[in-house]
Write a protein that binds this ligand. Structure first.
Ligand SMILES: Nc1ncnc2c1ncn2[C@@H]1O[C@H](COP(=O)(O)OP(=O)(O)OP(=O)(O)O)[C@@H](O)[C@H]1O
Ligand SMILES: [Mg+2]
Length: 236
């Protein structure tokens, strides 16, 4: 399990000189396991870009990402995707469910060809139950509402018991009550597995339930706040 993900002087630009967008501008942070960190900030401030760099889906233009002492840029592509499969659970802004697979098959997809210490089917059913979809196990994505598809995507991100959960607006399509359940579920998983969670959200009330809030603006971190005092780690 990786205890810490560290970004050192991360800049990410898109496009060429005259149409260049600076999505991230010299960001340095340390993220700790057993922490739920909210990321807030207006549209276009760089939240999704930050998540994809932390999750090794994108390479920074400048700077270095470390998983513990491991420099990610020195890992070969196939090993990097393996590291991602094993250690990271993504919940994207778009759900990316496979349309030909049922809800439970989508949840099981990350474990295809993988041995687990637990019964995959039982676990998939449990997770779908936890997100309130026990009656939709065999429904196709096209037969589910947006919020229900989002909940399938959440169950899918959790099935492999990742050390890090990267969630981009996971409750964006959900009503307040379901959103609160999802956050409670994430916190329970954090308690059980001591995983690290990054949660991008527009919802200020939800963001305050985290251990730490990072606020972004124009590709920079403008505030980094610890919410409760019971934490082992301090800001650095
Ligand atoms: N693939 C890309 N190509 C070009 N520009 C991009 C790309 N991805 C992001 N950007 C730009 O980088 C900036 C940051 O985008 P990002 O998606 O990280 O913002 P965000 O904070 O997640 O916004 P939102 O809340 O709307 O999801 C924006 O100006 C965006 O237009
Ligand atoms: Mg985004």
């Amino acid at each position: 399990m990786y205890k810490q993900i560290q970004l050192n002087g991360i800049t990410k630009t898109y496009g060429k000189q005259n149409v260049k967008t600076v999505a991230l501008n010299d960001i340095s942070i340390r993220l700790h396991k057993n922490n739920l960190t909210s990321i807030v900030g207006s549209s276009g401030s760089g939240k999704s870009t930050l998540l994809s760099i932390v999750g090794t889906l994108e390479k920074p233009t400048k700077g270095t990402v470390y998983y513990d002492e491991k420099n990610i840029s020195e890992i070969r592509a196939n090993q990097l995707s393996e590291l991602r499969n094993i250690h990271i659970g993504f919940i994207f802004q778009q759900f990316h469910l496979l349309p030909a697979l049922t809800a439970i098959e989508n949840v099981l997809a990350p474990l295809f060809h993988r041995k687990t210490s637990y019964n995959k089917n039982t676990k998939a059913k449990e997770l779908l139950e936890l997100v309130g979809l026990s009656d939709k196990l065999h429904a196709l994505p096209s037969q589910l509402s947006g919020g229900q598809q989002q909940r399938v995507a959440i169950a899918r991100a959790l099935i492999a018991e990742p050390d890090w959960i990267l969630a981009d607006e996971p409750t964006g399509n959900l009503d307040t009550e379901t959103s609160e359940k999802i956050i409670a579920l994430l916190m329970e998983i954090k308690q059980q597995t001591a995983c690290g969670i990054l949660l991008v959200t527009h919802d200020i009330a939800l963001s305050r339930q985290a251990d730490r809030i990072i606020e972004m603006k124009d590709g920079q971190i403008i505030a980094d706040t610890r919410i409760n005092n019971n934490l082992v780690q301090t800001n650095d």
